[in-house]
Design a protein around this ligand. Structure first.
Ligand code: TXA
Ligand code: MG
Length: 395
């Protein structure tokens, strides 16, 4: 008798088969018509689209980009319109190799060439003075241009085949979490992008490091995929903060890279208490470290390793999953405060900013209320309610 056959007389005593939890069986993802596996044929189709002034989304090693011919103003206008991005915010020009730097930039300092030599192809964006003829649509009217040679094999093939510069911001709606999978691009833009080249999950997972080489010493405007310790060997130490007068860098706005649900960064020791204070019925998601988060009913947890590189690889996909699952509130356990986590901290703080600004507003309202002689009924009710009420669905 085979082991799988159950004696019918015993069957009644067996517990009923456990129903698989609904979330263990997500609906299979059926790729929409505009997502195509990246191969020679689809890359050739992408090049043809660029030449016709169309947009194509493509994988880079950092995040997916929404690309267009950097020399075609009409094509660039489509990017700004689709992303909902102000036209004053400049785009990164992706180029096939460092030899192309002189076509886009001028007065290129030695340090920019040294950085390119050390980190290209790779997740580093270098800002230099713009060459004559570079479109205002690319630079947002500034006299500098951002250049990058990506290392993803699909991006490299695409750039080689196209031969020119591809201007590409991250392929997400303005202010939202960058895409690390082809389906994320579809979530934000549906069929409005004619072609989304699917090159799988991106390996770095957060955007490139941006270094402004027009100042001396160069300044890091955005920490990112390049290891900060390695970078500081060439440019000296940098605190990684964008200069307050940094030219229109959306990624340096206080609120950016944000999921729809409010995000709170929280220390491990405070997590249990905070969870305990939450009202029932709210969908709470926790991103915590392997060793620390106790299993709690009523919360959905994603446990991640305490290592910056794998952490940043999955961070955006996780935030998008939490949103898609209908999270009302996201708790993120505070990572270590070491240099290796600088880029992660930068993104987490921006993702959490909406929430912390709201808390500040609430505190100042409460202060005003406390100081007021007569408290209107409406504000009394507000005062008595859970300060986190009303956040649901806020973006
Ligand atoms: O990893 C990345 O950098 C991805 C992939 C697709 O390459 N791209 C990306 O692009 O993150 P985007 O547009 O989402 O962010 C680029 C940042 C923006 O904040 C933009 O304002 C800034 O670079 N930037 C572009 N040109 C600049 C310039 N000339 N001066 C200062 N900042 C600039
Ligand atoms: Mg972006």
């Amino acid at each position: 008798m085979s082991e799988e056959v159950i004696d019918p007389s015993l069957a009644a005593e067996l517990p009923p088969p456990a129903a698989a939890p609904a979330e263990a069986m997500p609906a299979p993802f059926v790729p929409p018509a505009n997502i195509k596996d990246a191969n020679d044929e689809t890359i050739a189709a992408a090049v043809a689209l660029f030449k016709q002034g169309e947009m194509v989304a493509f994988p880079t090693e950092t995040v997916y980009g929404l690309g267009a011919d950097a020399s075609n103003p009409d094509a660039l206008a489509k990017i700004f319109k689709l992303k909902g991005r102000p036209t004053s915010h400049p785009l990164i020009v992706h180029i096939p190799s460092a030899e192309h730097m002189d076509r886009w930039g001028r007065n290129i300092p030695e340090i920019a060439r040294a950085l390119a030599k050390m980190f290209w192809p790779g997740p580093l964006t270098i800002i230099v003075e713009r060459a004559a003829g570079v479109l205002d649509a690319v630079t947002g009217g500034q006299d500098t241009v951002a250049l990058r040679v990506p290392s993803h094999p699909v991006a490299m093939k695409l750039l080689d085949a196209f031969g020119g510069g591809i201007a590409a911001p991250s392929a997400n709606k303005f202010g939202r979490v960058s895409p690390t999978l082809a389906k994320h691009v579809f979530t934000d833009f549906q069929l409005d992008v004619p072609l989304i080249l699917d090159g799988g999950a991106t390996s770095v997972g957060i955007e490139s490091t941006i270094v402004d080489c027009t100042s001396n010493p160069p300044r890091v405007l955005r920490p990112g995929g390049i290891n900060t310790a390695q970078l500081s060997m060439l440019i000296g130490s940098s605190d990684g903060d964008a200069a307050p007068d940094a030219p229109r860098v959306p990624g340096s706005l206080p609120s950016h890279y944000a999921p729809r649900a409010p995000v709170r960064i929280i220390r491990r020791v405070d997590l249990l208490e905070q969870l305990g204070q939450q009202r029932g019925g709210r969908s709470i998601y926790v991103l915590g470290f392997e060793v620390s988060v106790p299993r709690l009913a009523q919360t959905h947890q994603r446990i991640v390793p305490v290592a910056a590189v794998p952490y940043q690889r999955t961070l955006y996909a996780t935030l998008r999953e939490f949103d898609a699952a209908g999270a009302d509130l996201i708790f993120i356990e505070a990572p270590p405060r070491s240099i290796a986590w600088a880029a992660v901290w930068d993104r987490l703080e921006r993702a959490a900013t909406d929430h912390s600004q709201k808390r500040k507003r609430e505190k100042s309202i409460k202060k005003k209320i406390a100081g007021a002689a007569i408290v209107p009924a409406a504000t009394q009710a507000e005062e008595a309610s859970d300060p986190l009420d009303g956040e649901t669905g806020e973006s």
